[in-house]
Every structure is written in structure tokens, then in C-alpha cells.
Design a protein around this ligand. Sequence first.
Ligand code: AMP
Length: 299
Amino acid sequence: MSVLVVGTLALDSVKTPFGEVKNALGGSAVYFSLAASIFTQVKLVGVVGMDFSDEALLLLKEKGIDLNGLQKIKGKTFHWKGEYHYDLNAAITIDTQLNVLENFSPKIPLQYQDTEFIFLANIDPDLQLNVLQQLHSPKLVVADTMNFWIERKKNALLKLLKKIDIVVLNDGEARQLTNEPNLINAAKKILSLGPKQVIIKKGEHGSLMVSSSNFFSAPAYPLESIFDPTGAGDSFAGGFVGYLASHKNLREPEMKKAIIYGTTIASFTVEDFSINKLINLTKDDIEKRYRRIKKITHF
Ligand code: AMP
């Protein structure tokens, strides 16, 4: 079963205490697609400008990612400039240049409109809504967002939350969206806004999956060296949705396994800048680390 993703393809300039990259390949849809493609076929909908390199497109194609929904238009690619200090859980946005995203209207190719597993990656919530309107009968819709959109497009985001199955966001965003400091209460408030489940990512402290009837707390993989947390959230989502789509089973035990696959892939992403670690990942690397997480959390 394939997955459809709409989100950003970006050139990221990122600085962490361990180094820096300029105009590196990034974006929510890129990280998601690379992670999900380890499990299943991915169809990507997004937009880039003329400065987006053919090498980057080739790299995505070589991973089997279907780019028929990708538009390359006049103008510059979305650019994000961010920084992390020693608290690697908190990304500090220095600059966001929407560029080609400003007038982007996603067009879902006819052959994508029946896709059952959908990931609305972090992008303008109006565009996420626009995509939903073009789909026929998705089985699972998962959406992500961030502070940038909570601040600028809260009404569109609230409208979106009513139409999706699962929302994935980080702890700071959950608190910001609900004005609620306690994460359990924040999760309950988010459920009352529409989604059937909420997944709250807590960086190096793992994640929580909460629905009205279930609660699952997952650890993060205990890494000793993290170089760049950018993309952790999107590759987590890629592992989560990619695994679910490949198993076509949305029952609780599969959901929990999907969370651990997401956790595992995110732990690799942060071990290098940009997508450098993610592109060379093998299923075997993932399985080994998945089993290790299982071992260290079992009692
Ligand atoms: P994360 O997985 O949450 O670390 O997201 C990382 C990616 O989000 C980066 O590669 C950025 O290009 C992208 N990004 C940053 N700001 C935005 C935004 N406002 N909308 C969509 N994507 C963004």
C-alpha cells in the first residue's frame, strides 16, 4: 500500500553546536519520503524553484519516490534557516523564506487521488486542507504542523484538525496550540479538537500516543552523539506512516510497533546533518536498532 505526502522540499541552513550546513537538502516532505520509502512506495506532492538541483531530484527518484506530483516553477525553493543550542530539542527559527510556496496550489494527480494512506507534512494548513479536498476516501490521514503555522494560521489549522485521524506535533507545539502546560491535558484538549489520536514528540525524551481509550509512552533511542536534530520529526512520521501502510493494519499493537519504527529512523537522522545518514540506511540497520529498543525497555 502506498503513501501520499504533501509538504515542503527545502534548502536548509542549519547551525548546531557541532557544525553547520548551508542550503542543504531538507524539508518536511523530503525527510518523510526518505524514511517512509524504506517500507513502502511514496508519492510526493510539493513545489521547488529553479535553484533545486537535479541531483536532489535524482536522489529521491533513486529511492523509488514517485515525483509526478512535484512542480518545479519559476522562483526560489522554500528556505529555512535554523539554529540549535545545547538543548537540541528546541529549534530556533532564524528565517523562513516561503518563496515558491507563497503561491503554491497543490494539484493531486488523478492517479494519486485514491491513495489510502496520507501524510500532510508540515506546510501551510490551507494547503493541507486543499489536498484533503482532492482525495476520494483515504483510510488514514496523519498531519503535522509547527509553531510557525500555529501563530499565523490557527483558524485553518483548527479546521484541519476536524478532518484528520492523527495529528503529530512536538511538546512545545502541543502546549502552544492548547495553552496548556501539562502534556496529558494538552493531548486531551487536542483530541477534543477533532483527531482520533495525537502523537506528541518529546525529542530525546521519546513520544506519547494518546487516544480516548489508549495511552502509549515510547522512549527515544539513547544516542551518545547527535549532530543535527533537523528532520527528526518528519522521519519519525515517515517510519510511522510507512510501516502502517506496508502492513495495512491499524490495530493498537501495529500502531505501537509503528511508533518504535518511527523512533528508530529518527534516531539515525539526527546522527548527521541534512539527509546524510538517512539516505544510506538499510532495513538491517533499522531492525537491529528496533530490537535494541525493545530489549532496553522490556521489564
Ligand atoms: P522537523 O522534522 O520537525 O525537524 O522539520 C525539519 C524540516 O522542516 C526542515 O527541513 C525545514 O525545511 C522544514 N520547515 C521549517 N519551517 C517550516 C515551515 N514553516 N513549514 C514547513 N516546513 C518547515
